[in-house]
Ligand binder design. Structure first.
Ligand code: R5P
Length: 236
C-alpha cells in the first residue's frame, strides 16, 4: 500500500530544494526557522556531505535552526564573527504582492528580522497557501513583548484597532516563551492598509521587542505550487 504525500509537504520540499541550490561554496548563509527552512537546512547538509558544496557558514535565526544545522553538519557562526551575510533563506506565514511578509508563526521573528535584513540577498520560501492580497488576511501579527509589559502593550494595540491574544504553548502549560525569554501577543487587525506604518507604530510601543511585519526586506520569493499534479517552483 502506498501513502500519498501531503501536497503542502511536497511543495515545501520542492521550494526548499530550489533555495538550497542557490547557495554557493564559501557563502555565509542566514538559516531561517520553521518547517520549510528545516528542509532547506537538511538539503544544505546533503550538499555538504556529497561534496557539492564547501566551506559555508550558517547564521541561525533560532535555537531550532541551530539544532538542525548541527544535526546536518553545517558550521555555525555568530554575528560577532561575520560582517556580512551573503544569502538568507527563510519561511513566512503570509506574503503580499509587494513581497512584504508576516512572520513569527514559530515565535522566531525577532532574530529572523535581524539576520534576514542584514543579508545581501534574502530569499523567502513558501508554499502557495501563504500568498495573500493583503497582509493580515489570514494570520495575526506576532509581537514579541517583555513579560512585564504584556498588559500595557495589549491595551496599546487595542487602541490601534487590534485584538491581542497571548500565545499559549501547545505541549506546555502557560505562555510560549521566545528564545530571548519573552512572550508573544498575536494581534488580529481587521485590515492592514499600510504595513510599513504599522510595523513602525508597533515597534514604538514601550515593551515591544519586535513585531512580525517585514517590509522592504525580501529580494526573492520562491513559491512551491502543484501544477497538473506535479510540484513546480515559481519565482516572484
Ligand atoms: O517564527 C517562525 C518563522 O517566521 C517561520 O519562518 C514562519 O512561521 C513560517 O514557518 P513554516 O515554514 O513552518 O510555515
Amino acid at each position: 500500500m502506498t501513502t500519498a504525500l501531503d501536497p503542502i509537504q511536497v511543495m515545501k520540499q520542492e521550494v526548499a530544494r530550489a533555495a538550497a541550490a542557490r547557495v554557493s561554496s564559501g557563502m555565509v548563509v542566514g538559516l531561517g526557522t520553521g518547517s520549510t527552512t528545516a528542509f532547506v537546512i537538511q538539503f544544505l547538509g546533503d550538499r555538504l556531505k556529497s561534496g557539492d558544496l564547501k566551506d559555508i557558514k550558517g547564521v541561525p535565526t533560532s535555537f531550532q535552526a541551530s539544532v538542525l544545522a548541527k544535526k546536518y553538519g553545517i558550521p555555525l557562526v555568530t554575528l560577532d564573527e561575520v560582517e556580512t551575510i551573503d544569502l538568507a533563506i527563510d519561511g513566512a506565514d503570509e506574503v503580499d504582492p509587494q513581497k512584504n511578509l508576516i512572520k513569527g508563526g514559530g515565535a522566531a521573528h525577532t532574530r529572523e528580522k535581524i539576520v534576514d535584513a542584514l543579508a545581501e540577498t534574502f530569499i523567502v520560501v513558501v508554499d502557495s497557501s501563504k500568498l495573500v492580497d493583503r497582509l493580515g488576511s489570514t494570520f495575526p501579527v506576532p509581537i514579541e513583548v517583555l513579560p512585564m509589559a504584556i498588559a500595557p502593550v495589549s491595551r496599546a494595540v487595542v487602541k490601534l484597532g487590534g485584538q491581542p491574544e497571548l500565545r499559549m504553548g501547545v505541549r506546555k502549560d502557560g505562555p510560549v516563551i521566545t528564545d530571548q525569554g519573552n512572550m508573544v501577543l498575536d494581534v488580529k487587525f481587521s485590515h492592514i492598509d499600510n504595513p510599513a506604518e504599522l510595523e513602525r507604530t508597533l515597534n514604538n510601543i514601550p515593551g515591544v521587542v519586535e513585531n512580525g511585519i517585514f517590509v522592504g526586506v525580501t529580494d526573492w520569493v520562491l513559491i512551491g505550487e502543484i501544477k497538473d499534479g506535479q510540484p513546480i517552483v515559481r519565482e516572484m
